[in-house]
Design a protein around this ligand. Structure first.
Ligand code: HAM
Length: 422
């Protein structure tokens, strides 16, 4: 027996129906906001991710699935979707006439993390990216879209935290301030943060170890340190979010684990996930398109963790997993009936009736038992008697009532009984 790889999950029915409902709702709302679907490869050249996410991030340092292909080229299973979408935007010169473009994507991502609740090695994201507009209204509007999606899905206890990470001009100044603050406390930081102090000191701000939390709780706030332009941008984002009635709180210690962000960043948590786990996250990444070889086009986007979202919805009693329309079952008795059942079954299925049957000439008792097991509300019975009168019997499994219907009227009759559109 060969099992699946650790951290790689099967998503089985009926849970897949939650995924389908989420995807359908997402596609609907994204279309209303002007987003089109983009599908990019699952594997890219390694350099795309190390250059965009950042060489010293956990993702690039420790979590990428990187292989040499048969020609020795280093390729990586995508750990996230933004870099591939940016690559496609540049490669196809989508900025050509109009730099404004809005894309969404759904699909698997891969990170070699320690598997635990809500954390997997293959996981799925629904993401969206807006190119070409640096107006803070885009930040607010995209967040409004995301929060509305969660509202529509009935997700409970949604909490949006926002921050500004400044820009390439003002962030280094803040970094200096933070380093000054941490200088004489360095030895009290955890091992990881002592290393972060050297390579990426902002990451000490969201370390979860109690000692570091205590130390950084007194650190200068980045929101007090950003430049006039960044401050203005952030003020506008807050103003627009208020105008759209999107609730949020400020979290100046939220730094994100990817280096491409500037200005607005955010994370969304929901009741039942634990405060360390976000169900969605993202932010602004002006400069990334240029860094990856394209024109200087700004960007903003987010990604939702599908496994986390599905888990939350499933735990939340309102979401009954939908196993679809309850089936109609056909009991077939004898070889002659079997032969004429083929046409009838095809016809009903092609008209949208979910029709199940048994195989191998089983007894009526065995076939009825199977119908019961599948939850059929109506059972068609086709045997020699029915064939002789060109009809089938339809049995209502709840009331036990049974009536004969001529073969050419079965579809119509089922339509009234189960409400399918024939
Ligand atoms: P991220 O914060 O790395 O951002 O991931 C976004 C979401 O993906 C997380 O909030 C979480 O729900 C889910 N996620 C991440 N890692 C795992 C995992 N190992 N297992 C299960 N779920 C996970 C990004 O990926 C950015 N590309 C988002 C973005 C788009 N920023 C701008 N545009």
């Amino acid at each position: 027996m060969i099992n699946s790889i650790r951290g790689f999950n099967d998503i089985l029915p009926p849970e897949t129906s939650i995924w389908q409902q989420v995807e359908k709702e997402a596609r609907g709302i994204f279309a209303a906001y002007g987003f089109s679907e983009i599908r990019v490869p699952i594997v890219e050249k390694t350099g795309l991710f190390s250059r965009s996410i950042g060489e010293t991030t956990d993702i690039v340092e420790k979590e990428m699935y990187t292989f040499a292909d048969r020609h020795g080229e280093s390729i990586t299973l995508r750990p996230e979707g933004t870099a591939p979408v940016v690559r496609a935007y540049i490669e196809h010169k989508i900025y050509g006439n109009d730099p404004v473009a809005k894309f969404y994507y759904l699909g698997p991502m891969f990170r070699y993390e320690r598997p635990q609740k809500g954390r997997f090695r293959q996981f799925h994201q629904i993401g969206a990216e807006v190119f070409g507009i640096d107006d803070p209204a885009v930040d607010a509007e995209t967040l409004e879209m995301l929060v509305s999606l969660f509202q529509r899905l009935g997700l409970e206890g949604v909490s949006l935290q926002i921050n500004s990470l400044g820009c390439k001009e003002c962030r280094p100044l803040y970094k200096e301030k933070l380093l000054n603050f941490l200088q004489d406390k360095k030895s009290q930081l955890c091992q990881d943060c002592q290393r972060r102090y050297e390579i990426n000191p902002l990451r000490t701000l969201d370390c979860k170890s109690p000692g570091c939390v205590e130390i950084t709780s007194h650190a200068p706030s980045i929101l007090d340190a950003v430049c006039g332009g960044c401050k203005n941008h952030f003020e506008k984002v807050k103003e627009y979010l208020a105008l759209s009635h999107v609730n949020f709180s400020l979290n100046p210690k939220m730094v994100r684990g990817l280096d491409y962000y500037i200005r607005t960043t955010f994370e969304i948590t929901a009741l039942g996930l634990g405060s360390q786990n976000a169900v969605a996250a993202g932010g602004r990444y002006d400069g990334l398109v240029k860094d990856l070889g394209g024109p200087d086009v700004p960007g903003f986007g987010f990604a939702i963790g599908m496994e986390r979202l599905a888990m939350l919805l499933q735990d939340n009693g309102q979401w009954r997993v939908d196993s679809g329309q309850s089936p109609v079952f056909i009991v077939i008795l004898g070889d002659k009936a079997e032969a004429s059942a083929f046409g009838l079954i095809k016809n009903l299925r092609q008209n949208g009736v979910r029709l199940e049957r048994d195989y191998g000439n089983k007894s009526i008792k065995a076939q009825m038992k199977r119908a019961d097991k599948l939850g059929a509300k109506f059972v068609l019975i086709l045997g020699d008697n029915e064939l002789a009168s060109n009809s089938v019997a339809i049995k209502n499994m709840e009331s036990g009532e049974q009536e004969k219907v001529s073969l050419d009227r079965v579809g119509e009759k089922l339509k009234t009984l189960i409400g399918v559109s024939l």
